[in-house]
Design a protein around this ligand. Structure first.
Ligand SMILES: Nc1ncnc2c1ncn2[C@@H]1O[C@H](COP(=O)(O)OP(=O)(O)OP(=O)(O)O)[C@@H](O)[C@H]1O
Ligand SMILES: [Mg+2]
Length: 413
């Protein structure tokens, strides 16, 4: 027993050291990458200026082109370093990994070549995650390319998804991981596998076992950075000669799918006809929303506070179909306003706007079950899609499947 305890303690200490080293390397490479990025901007910019000034046929122009190309290559390495050090600006969206993998399937099969058969094993019941779509695609690509490189004799490889819970037992053994519910994306191969030495350095930038010129050693460093920045964890199991399994854990979230992923896009000829009472205390945002809605056919009554909205609603002779209101406003908040309006305006639909995350709102119990929410900042598309969705849900028989509540019920809790 005692001997086992000591072995486990040593192994944990070693893992902790690795985690700390990764932090330090991350800071270092992040700093370098930043400075390099600026320098490369200058190099690329001026080589383009030179190119334009030089006659097409001169050898000097070719030289300028080569400088530019080298600059671009260096910039792409720098981007990967920034990803590793988690200093990239991510544009997170709510994603379903199954949809993402299905979309990528064709490209991935082409990437790995004909000798390798690729199987998708997707659990249809997986939860949603919040991450940057193009970065997660990059993660999948990097893992898949490694599988190709580790499978010189071809074979069958599997990419899978499933829900997973990381408990205390797991997190204790895997420093850097956190207790919680995740969606796990696994990439499994039975290729060459890895020895302990490789495993110990796996995620370090520039660590590669490939001959020089073949690999940069930035593939897994990028995977590590992106997943960490998204609040997740990467686990690896491998044995020499028996293959490898990479498991990427991304935190499950309760939010509804992002607008671009949910529902069909509105037709280009779409015109709204309804009347919208728009309440938003930020001037610029109110004017923007009003302009976007009016451009698309809606009639808009705009108010900058709950009190003003009540006055407008009282005077209004025609039916108001939708209340589009900010949640948090000075004076009367959006929910109180909706409650005041409800008795006089039968069938009034409500769409809340908020810059807060769903969890913040849920925690403050501002909204209740069956509420629709539009995340700020929003695009024109997102606004119209959501408005249309909420209004459609009003009319019986019209696309009932779109009536999923955002915050409560089985969907969110
Ligand atoms: N699926 C795998 N099977 C076996 N070894 C792997 C696997 N994935 C990664 N490795 C090992 O980890 C090393 C680092 O991988 P990483 O993706 O970071 O860099 P690389 O593939 O060598 O170069 P790059 O991805 O930048 O072209 C690889 O050189 C290889 O030794
Ligand atoms: Mg690689």
């Amino acid at each position: 027993m005692f001997a086992e305890d000591v072995t486990e303690k040593r192994s944990l200490e070693r893992q902790l050291q690795v985690a700390q080293k990764m932090e330090a390397v991350g800071r270092l490479s992040g700093g370098i990458a930043h400075d390099f990025n600026n320098l490369l901007g200058v190099i690329i910019g001026y080589s383009q200026v030179l190119k334009k000034r030089l006659e097409v046929e001169t050898p000097l122009r070719e030289h300028a082109e080569e400088i530019e190309k080298a600059g671009q290559r260096a910039a792409s390495l720098t981007r990967q370093l920034l990803a590793f050090s988690r200093q990239q600006v991510l544009a997170p969206a709510v994603l379903n990994l199954n949809a993402l993998l299905t979309d990528m399937e064709k490209m991935v099969s082409r990437l790995i070549g004909e000798d390798i058969e690729l199987g998708l094993r997707l659990d249809p019941g997986i939860g949603r995650v919040k991450a940057d779509l193009s970065q997660i695609e990059q993660v999948v690509m990097n893992l898949v390319v490694n599988v190709r490189d580790a499978s010189p004799h071809g074979g069958k490889r599997v990419i899978g998804t499933e829900n997973a819970v990381l408990d205390q037992e797991y997190t204790r053994r895997h420093p850097g991981s956190r207790v919680g519910s995740y969606v796990m994306l696994s990439v499994i191969d039975n290729g060459t596998g890895m020895n302990a030495e490789t495993l110990a350095h796996l995620f370090e930038p520039f660590f590669t076992t490939k001959e020089s010129g073949k690999g940069t050693g930035l593939g897994l460093a990028t995977v590590y950075g992106v997943v960490k920045q998204s609040g997740g964890y990467v686990g690896v199991d491998s044995e020499p000669g028996r293959g490898s399994c990479f498991r990427v854990y991304l935190p499950q979230i309760k939010e509804a799918l992002s607008n671009d992923a949910a529902g069909a896009p509105l037709p280009a000829t779409f015109r709204g006809t309804e009347t919208v009472l728009l309440v938003e205390d930020a001037d610029a945002l109110r004017k923007l929303a009003q302009a976007l809605l009016e451009e698309n056919g809606y009639r808009v009554l705009a108010a900058e506070s709950g009190v003003e909205a009540l006055k407008i609603a009282e005077k209004e002779q025609e039916r108001i179909h939708l209340l589009l209101t900010d949640v948090i406003m000075p004076g009367m908040n959006g929910r109180a306003l909706a409650e005041r309006l409800a008795p006089q305006h039968k069938g009034l639909r409500v769409l809340y706007m908020s810059g807060y995350t769903h969890t913040a709102i849920a925690e403050h119990a501002v909204l209740e079950s069956g509420t629709y929410l539009l995340q700020k900042p929003f695009t024109e598309e997102a606004l119209l899609q959501k408005v249309c969705e909420v209004l459609c849900a009003d009319a019986p028989g019209k696309s009932a499947s779109k009536q999923a509540p955002v915050l409560a019920g089985s969907d969110a809790r």
